[in-house]
Design a protein around this ligand. Structure first.
Ligand code: 5GP
Length: 199
């Protein structure tokens, strides 16, 4: 019997560098499936529809909620974001490990429906560094920047509810740690898989 696929959830405050880290992780593990979320926020320069997000209107988002198409959804920094249920379920059914990059509320909801999900929190080295990273990105208006910074403390407190916290000081080190965590989790799953097979 093959080991159960892993559902990996990565969260962290805006500016923690989780987006870059997830991109590095996907490069390192090309077989890892990634769920492209839907959002009602406007695309940033350079972001592509259906690649970075499905950029949809409030009305479309509401229709998807009403039709039960989201595995989870949440309002984050004044916009709505959601994970498509059919895409995730199909990938897991096909035995593929799956990565979700979602906020803390979404992660907690996923844990309820998938108690085996591996929850990883990406922590920035310091609040100062975090503010600098968002500001340097230059993609947020001053108002949006303030909304994001106001959420940081409560987001950081949520770290204790995750299975692992990865400090993202140097992205290469953080990636190595992520890979080790995932490798360990996979190892445990195949041990369980082998045990069940032998019973
Ligand atoms: P951003 O606007 O910076 O791309 O994302 C804002 C926040 O929304 C981030 O914390 C990101 O992880 C989170 N997010 C992105 N997609 C989803 C989703 O499908 N569900 C939830 N709950 N949060 C999401």
């Amino acid at each position: 019997m093959a080991a159960k696929p892993l559902l990996i959830v990565v969260s962290g405050p805006s500016g923690s560098g989780k987006g870059t880290l997830c991109a590095m992780l996907r490069q390192a593990l090309p077989n890892l499936a990634y769920s492209v979320s839907a959002t009602t926020r406007q695309p940033r320069p350079g972001e592509r529809n259906e690649v970075d997000y499905f950029f949809i209107s409030d009305a479309e988002f509401q229709q998807l909620i009403d039709r039960g198409e989201f595995l989870e959804w949440a309002e984050v920094y004044g916009h709505r974001y959601g994970t498509a249920r059919p895409a995730v379920e199909a990938q897991l059914k096909a035995g593929r490990d799956m990565l979700l990059e979602i906020d803390v509320q979404g992660a907690m909801n996923i844990k309820k429906s998938f108690p085996d999900a591996l929850l990883i929190f990406v922590q920035p080295p310091s609040l100062q560094e975090l503010g600098a990273r968002i500001a340097n990105r230059g993609t947020e208006s001053l108002q949006d920047l303030k909304v994001r910074m106001d959420c940081v403390l409560s987001e950081l407190q949520a770290a204790e509810q995750y299975d692992h916290v990865v400090l993202n000081d140097k992205p290469e080190d953080a990636l190595a740690e992520l890979l080790e965590i995932i490798g360990d989790a996979k190892g445990k799953r195949s041990e369980v898989g082998k045990k069940i097979q032998n019973e």
